[in-house]
Design a protein around this ligand. Structure first.
Ligand SMILES: Cc1ncc(COP(=O)(O)O)c(C=O)c1O
Length: 398
C-alpha cells in the first residue's frame, strides 16, 4: 500500500489532503518525495511565519530540548515565564496570559474567562453570558468555539450547539447594537476573517465596537489566531486599528509550527480567573515556548516593515492580475493575509493547477484563493508565484 492508501485505511477522513507527500521544507520552499520543489504561499495554514525550519528557531528548540521537555504547569519553567512577559508587554501594562496548545483552546479560554467575568459583573437582573459573534466567522472546532463560529457548514451534525452565542454582520454596526441586551457580556471578532474568505473589518467599525464595549461595560475579544503574530505587518493585528481589545487570542505562527496558543487579557479580565478555574497539561510546553521566544526575536520592526513592503508589491501584482482575468472579482486582505475572490465556485481546481506548477496556495469558502505565505518571501518569490497564477488563470476551464 502507498501512503495515500495507508492514510485512507487508518486515518479518519476529516481532511481533503492535496496530492503532495512532503520530504522536507526549508524557508519558503517545500520538496516532495520526488525532489520537486514548491514555493509555499500558505506556510501550513499561516503557521510558519518566519519560514520552514528557521535556523534560530531550531537552535532555540534544541537548547530547550537539552534542558527539559516537560515538567507540567505545577512548577516554573523559566522559558514559559519569559515568553509570558514578552507577549503581554507587547500589549498593555498589567496584562496577563494563559498558554494552551491551539487556536481553539485559546478561544475556549477567552470564552470561559468572559463567562466568569459576566457572573462577577452582572446586570441588575443577574449574570451576563451572551457573546456577540459574527456571521462568517471561524473560531475553532471545540464545542464552544464551534458554537461561536458563524458558519452553518461547520455545525451540521453537531447540534445541539451551546447557546448564548448570537451573530451580527461584520462592518454593520447596527446589527451589533440590535443584539445588545442585559445578558450581553462580550463581543468576539476576528479583525480579518480568515476561513470566512479574507473579509477585512473597517477601522471605523472596530473603533465603534471598542466604544460600545466601553459604554456598555462589555469585553472586546479579538481572535487573532490567523491574523496575528506579524501577518498584517504589525505584531498584533489590532495595532492597525488604533484600539486595544480586552482579550487577544493568538496561536498558529506563535511558535512557528509547534503547538502553542495564548489568551492575553487586560488586568480587569485576567484577575477573574483564580486557582482551579482553568488549566492544561501541555499548555505552554517549554519546547513550544522556546520556539516562540525565537520567533519574537526575529519579528522585529525591521522584519515586519520588510514583510509589509513585499505585501504591497504582491497586492499590486494581484490587482494587475485582476485587470487581466475577468474571473477575479476582488482582491482583499491586509499585509500578507490576502485573498482573491473568484467568480466561480471551484477555487480548489486553481489550487491544484498551481500546485502542479510548483506553487502552494489554498482555497477557502469555495471561491476565495487564500495566500498566507511565510513573512520572509521576496519580490522574486512574488514574481514567480504571480507568473504561475497568471498561466493557470489563463488556461483554466470549468
Ligand atoms: C481565526 C481562527 N480562530 C481559531 C482557529 C482554530 O485554531 P486551531 O486550529 O489551532 O484550533 C483558527 C484556525 O484556522 C482560526 O483561523
Amino acid at each position: 500500500m502507498n501512503i495515500k492508501q495507508i492514510e485512507n485505511r487508518y486515518y479518519m477522513h476529516t481532511y481533503n489532503r492535496n496530492n503532495l507527500v512532503v520530504k522536507k521544507a526549508k524557508d519558503q520552499f517545500i520538496w516532495d518525495i520526488y525532489k520537486n520543489r514548491y514555493l509555499d504561499f500558505f506556510s501550513g495554514i499561516g503557521v510558519c511565519g518566519v519560514g520552514h525550519s528557521n535556523k534560530n528557531v531550531i537552535k532555540a528548540i534544541k537548547t530547550q530540548l537539552k534542558k527539559f521537555i516537560h515538567i507540567s504547569n505545577l512548577y516554573y519553567a523559566p522559558i514559559q515565564i519569559k515568553l509570558a512577559k514578552l507577549l503581554t508587554r507587547k500589549i498593555f501594562s498589567n496584562a496577563k496570559i494563559f498558554f494552551s496548545n491551539s487556536g481553539a483552546e485559546a478561544n475556549e479560554c477567552a470564552i470561559k474567562l468572559t463567562r466568569k467575568w459576566g457572573a462577577l459583573n452582572p446586570s441588575k437582573n443577574g449574570n451576563r453570558y451572551e457573546i456577540i459573534c459574527f456571521n462568517n466567522s471561524f473560531h475553532g472546532r471545540t464545542m464552544s468555539t464551534l458554537s461561536a463560529t458563524g458558519q452553518n457548514k461547520f455545525h451540521n451534525y453537531f447540534k445541539p450547539l451551546q447557546d448564548k452565542f448570537v451573530f451580527a454582520e461584520i462592518n454593520k454596526i447596527n446589527s451589533v447594537i440590535k443584539l445588545i441586551n442585559e445578558k450581553t457580556v462580550a463581543i468576539m471578532i476576528e479583525p480579518i476573517q480568515g476561513e470566512g474568505g479574507i473579509i477585512v473589518s473597517e477601522k471605523s467599525f472596530l473603533k465603534e465596537l471598542r466604544k460600545i464595549c466601553n459604554n456598555e461595560n462589555l469585553i472586546l475579544i479579538f481572535d487573532e489566531v490567523q491574523c496575528g503574530i506579524g501577518r498584517t505587518g504589525k505584531f498584533y493585528a489590532f495595532e492597525n486599528y488604533d484600539i486595544i481589545p480586552d482579550i487577544v487570542t493568538v496561536a498558529k505562527s506563535l511558535a512557528n509550527g509547534l503547538p502553542l496558543g495564548a489568551t492575553i487579557a487586560s488586568e480587569r479580565c485576567a484577575e477573574t480567573f483564580v486557582y482551579g478555574d482553568h488549566g492544561s497539561t501541555f499548555g505552554g510546553n517549554p519546547i513550544s515556548c522556546a520556539s516562540a521566544v525565537a520567533v519574537l526575536k526575529i519579528m522585529n520592526t525591521k522584519f515586519l516593515n520588510n514583510s509589509l513592503k513585499i505585501a504591497k508589491y504582491f497586492r499590486k501584482k494581484l490587482e494587475d492580475l485582476k485587470n487581466k482575468h475577468s474571473i477575479i472579482k476582488e482582491i482583499r486582505g491586509v499585509g500578507l493575509m490576502l485573498g482573491i475572490d473568484l467568480d466561480i465556485n471551484n477555487g480548489q481546481k486553481i489550487v491544484e493547477l498551481c500546485m502542479n506548477n510548483g506553487l502552494i496556495i489554498n482555497c477557502t469558502h469555495e471561491t476565495v484563493i487564500r495566500f498566507l505565505p511565510p513573512l520572509i518571501i521576496t519580490k522574486e518569490d512574488v514574481n514567480y508565484a504571480v507568473k504561475i497564477l497568471d498561466k493557470v488563470l489563463a488556461d483554466v476551464t470549468f
